[in-house]
Design a protein around this ligand. Structure first.
Ligand SMILES: *[C@@H]1O[C@H](CO)[C@@H](O)[C@H](O)[C@H]1NC(C)=O
Ligand SMILES: *[C@@H]1O[C@H](CO)[C@@H](O)[C@H](O)[C@H]1NC(C)=O
Ligand SMILES: *[C@@H]1O[C@H](CO)[C@@H](O)[C@H](O)[C@H]1NC(C)=O
Length: 804
């Protein structure tokens, strides 16, 4: 019998649906300490008035070894005798609540969630308060879905690996190639997600994948979206089939790569976003990666986990493995000879939670074989249980929680959708505007030919690690609000394998007042497991652009949708292409944001968070070559604007506006003295090599105060990002230049603003020597702010060098 074939069946289904969604809306049962469960609700670990550390110790003291080991995995088992339910730790919220990961699903009262632009686009806004605001909205929606029984409270986002190679399919997920930008993004987004209620967590975020991990990999289950609807067993089954088929190749690559990661690159590039995430963002979790660093798998390395993340950075939270990486270092990397040794090594190194079943299967035997003490398991559990307590999971009824009232009404609200639109507007980058062709005019440009494989994009606009969007505004819909649209695809898809649709596209360009070509990439070209092999546009896209531009009656504007950079040399100087916008993957409201910028409703202010290289850059460059620094003798070009000096299509930080902004230094010191700690002040050795060890300097409060006046000399109000770069005194350790601070300001047409920045000397003006030691080079540092330069001399205060 077909569903709904009779009136009775359909009304029955409607009632059933209403009943089920009523259940969902009413909320989930308590995870632990259910007030109605008289046998457990009086146990000491349920007492909300007690200290969390005491509650955690009490709970651990009640667990048997068998119960404990089953709590060491993402699919944590229930402990019914203590009134504790099972919990799925794995949820994702990279740029909106996502259904990648088994902890979250959509449906019922929660058909979708606000889908913000992909992170690379949001990073281009260089607006830290926007990043935090997005985090707040995402965690509102996440809490609402948790209350409705559809999501977890532990989100394995953001991804803060450095976008090191332009081909990387996951570069789109990251905040770009600069460590300070990525670190600031991480800290801001995490603060927004976790809330600012002291030790209490709204949701728990996670910075991943630690560390030196930015190769194509298998980690996500993005292509298994459909499995979110099937049972967990089938999910894992498919997951592992896929995993097994892919990992051999990946791990041989990861191993090769790992041998080349230098301590210097780790300290001044790869670790920076993680350190900032932990120390400034106070993140509740860090995920270790699959790869080895200097011969040790990151998830088995006590130096990385116990010493650095927990010890030096003082993580208040749990360390989780990337999915099945413990199994991987045993079975694929043959790092240990037995599975019990692998389990023991991981936990002893500081791992608290395993994504995958490995620790639940082998940890008990590891204890029995004497490889691991139960105290070490308790230590791991105290880290995970503390996070669950901070989330309020042991505080009884969810609806009594501070965020317990959030529900379906708080998801996809008008304000949230508006923020998704605002984020897209702020992230869009104007790359070219020949003869001020943009903005278009309402009066003169009434009919627009909108052409290209991304002209009707919807799902493409949300990139990967997304969920189900509330709704979409495609480019044709967005532009349709301003003008009459003549729509032509031009290419069947972004691969653009033939020219069959060219004629209609060319015709439409002849008829319209202006032409907008919406081109670029999608997940079929760049994705998890899919690095690009080229930087140029796929297939016949270039031909379509050039043929359409020749036929266009009015100006031709290229709108490029992509996560990674594209070699646009062919149109950069082509007079027939009037303007170019890079929109990244602009999220559910992308089309509206594009149209607002095209018509000048919004003045673009985004800046590129990564270098746009010409195609030649990758010609002889292996993606697995991890070194950041160039090596001219080996013909190695180096990576990112910090170390690569060759030609670029567009540099890091590039982006135009409909206004002009002029900078002048209002106030900045030219000399700065660095005081040394006690005994180092009298030791000549401290300054040998003309650089002071950061650990020897009195860093607290040591900052370079710079005031810059920004004048908007244009006729439109606009937002401008002040990027401050520094070039340290010459020396082999240092980058060419590096970002040391940024600040976004709104400046009215004709107006001026003084921006004050305090650049922390030890954090940002230091460089890293070959042994990975951070030092402050003495002598002249050059600050670059837009077109201006400022010199400041750093001197050691106690040695009398100032006189010389
Ligand atoms: C745009 O795509 C949607 C599906 O996402 C489709 O329903 C619609 O017909 C398309 N519009 C045009 C003009 O091609
Ligand atoms: C430091 O260097 C000065 C001059 O180079 C020298 O006279 C002095 O003895 C040195 N002091 C120490 C503690 O080495
Ligand atoms: C940064 O983003 C916030 C949130 O959208 C916005 O209110 C603010 O105006 C933005 N700042 C600038 C300078 O554009």
């Amino acid at each position: 019998m077909a569903c709904g074939s009779s009136a009775h069946t359909s009304s029955f289904l409607t009632l059933l649906f209403l009943f089920l969604s009523g259940v969902l809306v009413r909320g989930r049962d308590p995870f632990g300490c259910d007030p109605t469960d008289k046998t457990t609700n009086n146990l000491p670990f349920c007492r909300t008035s007690a200290l969390i550390s005491e509650r955690v110790n009490d709970l651990i003291g009640r667990l048997t070894l068998q119960e404990k080991v089953r709590l060491l995995v993402n699919n944590a088992a229930a402990v019914p005798r203590l009134g504790i339910k099972g919990y799925e730790w794995w949820s994702e919220a990279l740029h909106g609540v996502s259904n990648v990961g088994p902890g979250t699903k959509f449906g019922g009262a929660f058909p979708g969630a606000t889908s913000f632009p992909q992170v690379i686009t949001t990073a281009a806004s260089f607006n830290a308060s926007l990043w935090e605001e997005i985090g707040r909205v995402v965690s509102d929606e996440a809490r609402a879905m948790y209350n409705g029984g559809m999501a977890g409270l532990t989100y394995w986002s953001p991804n803060v690996n450095i976008f090191r190679d332009p081909r990387w399919g996951r570069g789109q997920e990251t905040p770009g190639e600069d460590p300070v930008l990525a670190g600031k993004y991480a800290a801001s987004y995490v603060k927004g997600l976790q809330g600012d209620d002291g030790n209490r967590l709204k949701v728990a975020a996670c910075c991943k994948h630690f560390t030196a991990y930015d190769l194509d990999n298998w980690n996500g289950v993005d292509r298994f979206h459909f499995n979110a609807k099937v049972c967990l067993f089938l999910f894992y089954f498919l997951f592992f089939i896929f995993f097994w088929s892919a990992r051999a190749d990946f791990f041989s690559r990861a191993n090769r790569a790992s041998s080349q990661v230098s301590k210097q690159d780790i300290e001044d590039t790869f670790d920076v976003p993680f350190r900032m995430c932990v120390k400034e963002g106070k993140v509740a979790s860090v995920m270790c990666s699959y790869n080895q660093v200097n011969g040790v798998p990151t998830c088995a390395d006590p130096n990385l986990l116990r010493k650095t993340v927990r010890g030096v950075w003082n993580l208040n939270g749990y360390i989780v493995s990337d999915c099945d990486s413990v199994g991987v270092f045993y079975e694929n990397q043959h790092y240990t000879s037995t599975p019990e040794e692998a389990a023991a090594d991981a936990i002893k190194a500081g791992l608290d939670l395993d994504c995958g079943p490995f620790l639940a299967e082998h940890t008990e035997d590891a204890v029995k074989q004497g490889l691991l003490g139960e105290a070490e398991i308790n230590n791991a559990l105290s880290n995970t249980l503390t996070v669950q307590m901070r989330l309020g999971m042991f505080d009884g009824t969810p609806s009594a929680h501070a965020y317990g009232k959030l529900g379906p009404r708080d998801v996809c609200t008008l304000a949230h959708k508006e923020l998704a639109l605002e984020a897209a507007r702020q992230g869009i980058v104007l790359l070219k505007n020949h003869g001020s062709s943009l903005p278009l005019s309402h009066r003169r440009h009434r009919t627009i030919a909108v052409i290209g494989p991304n002209s009707n994009a919807t799902v493409t606009m949300i990139g990967n690690y997304a969920g189900v969007a509330c709704e979409y505004t495609s480019p044709i819909q967005g532009i349709g609000k301003y003008a009459k649209v003549i729509h032509q695809m031009g290419c069947g898809n972004v691969a653009c394998g033939d020219e069959n649709l060219f004629d209609e596209a060319i015709d439409s360009a002849r008829q319209a007042d202006a032409t907008v070509l919406v081109m670029g990439l999608d997940q079929s070209i760049e994705a998890e497991f899919k690095d690009r092999t080229e930087l140029v546009l796929p297939g016949h896209q270039q031909d379509l652009i050039s043929e359409v531009s020749k036929a266009s009656k009015g100006p031709t504007i290229l709108v490029l949708m992509s996560g990674g950079p594209v070699d646009l040399s062919f149109v950069k100087n082509d007079k027939l292409i009037s303007a170019i916008l890079w929109v990244g993957y602009p999220g559910q409201a992308g089309g509206a944001a594009i149209a607002d910028i095209l018509y000048g409703e919004t003045n673009p202010g985004g800046k590129l968070p990564m270098t746009w290289y010409p195609q030649e850059y990758i010609k002889n460059l292996a993606m697995t070559e991890m070194a950041m620094r160039s090596s001219p003798s080996k013909g190695y070009p180096g990576r990112t604007y910090r170390f690569y000096k060759g030609p670029v299509v567009y540099p890091f930080g590039y982006g135009l506006s409909y206004s002009n902004f002029v900078h002048t230094i209002a106030n900045a010191p030219t000399v700065l003295s660095i005081h040394l700690h006690g005994r180092h002040g009298s030791q000549n050795g401290t300054v040998s090599g003309k650089a002071i060890r950061v650990t020897h300097a009195k860093c607290s409060g040591l900052s370079l105060g710079v005031q810059v006046e920004v004048k908007n000399t244009g006729s439109k109000d606009g937002s401008h990002t002040l990027l401050v770069f520094s070039t340290p005194p010459a020396g082999h350790w240092a980058p060419e230049k590096q970002l040391v601070g940024f600040e976004k300001v709104q400046v009215a047409a004709g107006g001026r603003r003084v921006v004050e920045m305090n650049i922390h000397v030890c954090k940002y003006l230091s460089v890293v020597d070959r042994s990975g030691i951070r030092r402050i080079p003495l002598g002249e540092h050059h600050l670059h702010i837009g077109g201006i330069k400022h010199r400041v001399s750093l001197q050691a205060a106690t040695l009398g060098i100032i006189k010389s």
